[in-house]
Design a protein around this ligand. Structure first.
Ligand code: NAI
Length: 264
């Protein structure tokens, strides 16, 4: 491989699968592992974006990289993906369950449909990934690592993110339970908890019963107030790679995620 960064070749010969890899933290994570010499599978429901990430990952240093168009909330599609990847490229060594969607709105304004949408992706997507790829890793018997992108929202309550925060709290707990279960099989499990990161997620977030423009202004204000603007996804990607290298359990990233205070 041609990796040149801090972890050049650290992941040489390993297969890393990242979901939500067409954008933001997922794309940066695919690049970070590519730089560290891994073969990369970039998964996203955005087919063109996933393909583009794979193409760029090869330029960065991945000996091989593939894009795959899959909706992580679709269990059958995830089963199919895992079977195909195993048959064509081998068992995944590192899985990063990162795909997620935002949802802003007070609890009283949030509908069951809103809850279902956010839980389907943010929680069920992670459950499917952990179970399907976790079983493959366990059966192979050579260890592995699973990283789940939770959020500081998992443990810092806010008035405007009840459904999102609940989905992330569930991901955090699932990660810790799974870490305990899989330790004996040398499969590490990490939960990454970023605060506010500069990505498209707020651009694609759903807004339940709140004025979208006003909510965006509020988020702008609070992130400016706490000096949290422009935290780059690349730094979260770095934390993800380090979590695998050092087998970390729960990793807060960004100042407010480390417990300073929440934003609303
Ligand atoms: P992003 O919107 O830039 O990227 C998310 C990616 O996930 C997109 O490419 C999207 O197409 C993909 N995706 C969404 N639903 C999908 C599905 N059902 N199946 C497959 N792919 C799907 O957002 P960002 O910020 O990079 O988010 C990545 C993760 O980080 C998410 O889990 C998010 O909740 C989490 N996070 C983000 C924070 C932030 O401030 N940006 C803070 C804390 C956590």
């Amino acid at each position: 491989s041609t990796g040149t960064g801090k972890y050049a070749d650290r992941f040489g010969g390993q297969l890393v699968l990242v979901t939500g890899a067409a954008s933001g933290i997922g794309r940066a994570t695919a690049f970070a592992f590519a730089e560290a010499g891994a073969r990369v599978v970039a998964v996203d429901r955005d087919a063109a974006g996933a393909a583009r990430t794979a193409e760029m990952a090869r330029l960065i240093g991945a000996p091989q990289a593939w894009g795959a168009c899959v909706d992580v909330s679709d269990e059958q599609a995830m089963e199919k993906l895992a079977a195909q990847v195993a048959a064509e490229y081998g068992v995944v060594d590192v899985l990063v369950n990162n795909a997620g969607i935002g949802l802003s709105g007070s609890f009283l304004d949030t509908t069951s449909e809103d809850w279902k949408k956010v839980l389907d992706v943010n929680l069920w997507g992670v459950i499917h990934g952990c179970r399907i790829f976790g079983r493959q890793m366990a059966e192979r018997g050579q260890g592995g690592h699973i990283v789940n992108t939770a959020s500081a929202a998992a443990y810092l309550p806010s008035k405007t993110l009840p459904a999102y925060s609940t989905s992330k709290a569930a991901v955090l707990m699932l990660s810790e339970c799974l870490r305990a279960e899989l330790a004996s099989k040398s499969i590490g499990v990490s939960a990454i908890c970023p605060g506010i990161v500069n990505t498209n997620i707020t651009a694609t977030a759903r807004f339940a019963g709140v004025d979208e423009a006003e909510e965006k202004r509020r988020q702008e204000r609070s992130s400016r107030l706490y000096g949290l603007r422009n935290f780059p996804p690349e730094k979260v990607a770095e934390a993800i790679v380090e979590a695998v290298v050092h087998n970390r359990a729960v990793v807060p990233v960004t100042p407010e995620a480390k417990g300073a205070r929440w934003i609303s």
